[in-house]
Design a protein around this ligand. Sequence first.
Ligand code: CAA
Length: 389
Amino acid sequence: MSETLTQAGMNFELSEEQIAVRDAARDFAQNVLKPGVIDRDREQRFPKDEIKQLGELGFLGMMVNPKYGGGGMDAMSYVLAMEEISKVDASCSVVMSVNNSLVCWGLEEFANEEQKMKYLVPLAKGEMIGAFCLSEPEAGSDATSQRTTAIDMGDHYLLNGTKNWITNGNSASTYLVMAQTDDSKKHKGINCLIVEKGMPGFVVGAKEDKLGIRGSDTHTLMFTDVKVPKENRIGEDGFGFTFAMRTLSGGRIGIAAQALGIASGAYELALAYSKERKAFGKAISEHQAIAFKLADMATEIEAARLLCLKAAWLKDQHLNYDQASAMAKVFSSEVAMRTTVEAVQVHGGYGYVKEYHVERLMRDAKITQIYEGTSEVQRIVISRGVLKD
Ligand code: CAA
């Protein structure tokens, strides 16, 4: 059986540090994020002050080595924190996820020392935010088909093209941009360049008006003859696609944990409501029709949590987690959809209005089946792994 399906020595007993991280994230979510989350969603307002505070608490560079300004925590702590923040505000947790997993991890793992000192340190400290720019109008799931070009001009690259659906599109200062340098080499001709906001020719385009995670800023980005210095390339020439795939593999643990948090947040609200709300002479939780829904939600959430922790544990042990993160993401995101729909149902008419939070969680859940690889992409990754065994 595949190593990623069973693994000896897995230990999910939480350490004191992990519990402290989880509790700090829970306090922050309940006390700082919850009061304004409905308004931010309605107004599509980026949680600027809240993200600043998250950075000061060390949640934007959780896994980065302290010598680069990070928290030096493990991936399991990251999953625990992502779940707690996502229970309340998935718009905030996507900023956290992209900054931690796609930007900081990618830089720490693959950037050179100068790049780390210049970009990783302020990103890990939360002094600036990063964005990961892979998707294009015609390259979403089919990520090898990059149309954005980075032509080698000797001491710099000339960057041209358009990126779509970029999380932190306007609020970021540092952008990791995948672009094709040598078409004849296909995906082996792709590079990842560090692009700064304000570089001439770089324009942040329209903000998307989204179904969910409406507080996060998702933009189109346009690059017209942007001169990006050669020293801003990450890794060797042609390393960009591998960079993107390796980084996304860890990113999927973050989004799986986000989906888990959306599900468990909706479940906790449904559980509490079902104990208060009376119908036919007793609390609705005492009706089997509702109790069985709660039982199914609790079971699926537990399974999702175990998959998330397993993927994080593998990462912490420096073992391969490509399949495990895809499994965690596809399952957790489907659990998030099912659970939030049922949480609205448990709330009845109240569930359909904003005040009770579950309708927002239901809208937020959908994106977890789409970004950082659709459910179909996760199944490609998983099936290839399974068939290889
Ligand atoms: N690690 C290292 N290398 C990897 C890899 C991994 N995890 N996965 C693939 N590769 C390598 C392969 O080994 C292969 O290399 P060789 O040619 O040397 O053998 C190369 O990459 C191409 O791989 P495939 O043949 O598997 O490529 P494919 O075209 O069949 O596509 C895919 C595979 C899994 C579908 C991939 O394209 C993919 O992941 N697509 C989804 C992209 C995605 O997740 N986009 C999300 C955008 S970012 C985002 O959403 C952030 C946000 O805002 C929140």
